[in-house]
Design a protein around this ligand. Structure first.
Ligand SMILES: *Cc1c(COP(=O)(O)O)cnc(C)c1O
Length: 405
């Protein structure tokens, strides 16, 4: 049975595994399933494919393959980078990061705070940008690491990592960046960025979930986060996820090949979607900078409506989008990113992220634009009726009213 057609606008949450990637990985599940650390050929032969994959992911960011550590996900990569900095600098107990990082960073830093470390979460401007001067002033003699994402997963806002890394270098502080949202969207070159460590996750670039990497610049002291067997040259224990590593390598090649498509065709689709919504639906606003932004992301506020209610009606029409990050959906808390940008909790809870990708077509955007205005006006009508009955909490009552349908 064919699954029903979906209209997928949630590529920052995860992406479809490319057919080319499936084809590349399947032999390592079906035939070549040996352990790469074995002494016999059947196992050992797979090790060569890990190294080929390592070369391909290294090429994506212009690194040396020896600078790549495969991990289980972007979350592990971020945790590992910060963990290593703290262990290799035992006298330094301060971490500098931002208030808009992915929960993979924020939650780990909060955990470390409870263990006695000090963390500064830098605020952002209303357009989601960072005050670089403030960042510079916030680096302390006891700062072990600065961790700043390259592009935000909720708004697409890009941070000037080159500038930030130059400041860190001049102060002799390690700089890590969570670049998970950027492959296939931005050109990536670790030397140009000037970072010491960089995280990626394969499922954001059309490979499977459960595989990531951490780039660690040559001669950077590194202590493993997952300790066990001597895999990854002693830097990450655990039997290698060979099929997923091969998949990641193939996806890295494709991401370089689709960079143009993402920056021309996908960008144009995103811009048409955004412009049409802002023009035709009243009381809608873009969250975050228009220009310093990934080409695929649009985060929009629909005042007086609850995002969860919009998502539910979009879902009924087969449209996938999200509020905040997939990792926090389901909680009623407004997005920490939008709140850090100074949005009121009400407007943050009225915001939806549309994130496009290489598989989106013009017809997908037409379909969304056909359905969305009706959904918003229907929800606003419900919310308006309720407010006439004295409810102040328009958005919330509209959610309930719609849920009851
Ligand atoms: C998805 C994402 C992560 C987490 O990656 P996982 O592989 O899902 O752990 C981290 N940072 C950003 C910016 C992301 O978008």
């Amino acid at each position: 049975m064919e699954p029903p057609k979906i209209y997928y606008f949630d590529n920052n949450a995860t992406t479809r595994v490319a057919p080319e990637v499936v084809a590349a990985m399947v032999p390592f599940l079906s035939e070549h399933w040996g352990n790469p650390s074995s002494s016999y050929q059947f196992g050992k032969a797979t090790a060569r494919h890990i190294e080929l994959a390592r070369e391909k992911v290294a090429a994506l960011i212009h690194a040396d393959p020896r600078e790549i550590i495969f991990t289980s996900c972007g979350t592990e990569s971020n945790n590992s980078a910060i963990h290593s900095a703290l262990i290799t600098h035992p006298g330094k107990r301060h971490i500098l990061t931002t208030a808009v990082e992915h929960s993979a960073n924020i939650k780990f830093c909060e955990y470390l705070q409870k263990r006695g470390y000090e963390v500064t979460f830098l605020p952002v401007e209303p357009d989601g940008s960072l005050d670089i001067h403030l960042l510079e002033k916030s680096i302390r003699p006891d700062t072990a690491i600065v961790s700043v994402m390259l592009a935000n997963n909720e708004t697409g806002v890009i941070f000037p990592l080159e500038e930030i890394a130059a400041i860190c270098r001049s102060k002799g502080v390690l700089i890590h960046t969570d670049a998970v949202q950027t492959p296939g969207k931005l050109k990536l070159n670790v030397a140009d960025l000037g970072v010491d460590m960089l995280s990626l996750s394969a499922h954001k670039l059309h490979a499977p979930k459960g595989i990531g990497l951490l780039y660690v610049k040559k001669r950077t002291k590194y202590v493993p986060y997952v300790t066990g067997g001597g895999q990854e040259r002693g830097r990450r224990g655990g039997t290698e996820n060979v099929a997923s590593m091969v998949a990641f390598g193939r996806a890295a090649e494709l991401a370089m090949a689709t960079l143009d498509d993402e920056n021309t065709r996908v960008r144009a689709l995103r811009d048409r979607l955004e412009k049409t919504i802002l023009k035709t639906i009243p009381n809608t606003f873009r969250n975050g900078s228009r220009d310093s932004r990934l080409p695929n992301t649009s985060n929009l506020a629909f005042d007086h409506v609850e995002a969860e209610a919009i998502l539910m009606l979009l879902d009924q029409a087969g449209i996938c989008a999200s509020s905040g990050s997939a990792c926090t959906t389901g909680s009623l808390d407004p997005s920490h990113v939008l709140v850090a940008m100074g949005l009121t909790p009400a407007r943050a809870r009225a915001s939806i992220r549309f994130s496009l990708g290489i598989y989106n077509t013009s017809e997908d955007v037409d379909y969304l634009l056909q359905h969305l205005p009706g959904i918003i006006s229907r929800l606003r009508a419900v919310s308006h009726t309720h407010s006439k009955h004295g409810s102040e909490r328009n958005a919330e009552s509209s959610t309930r009213a719609v849920s009851a349908h």
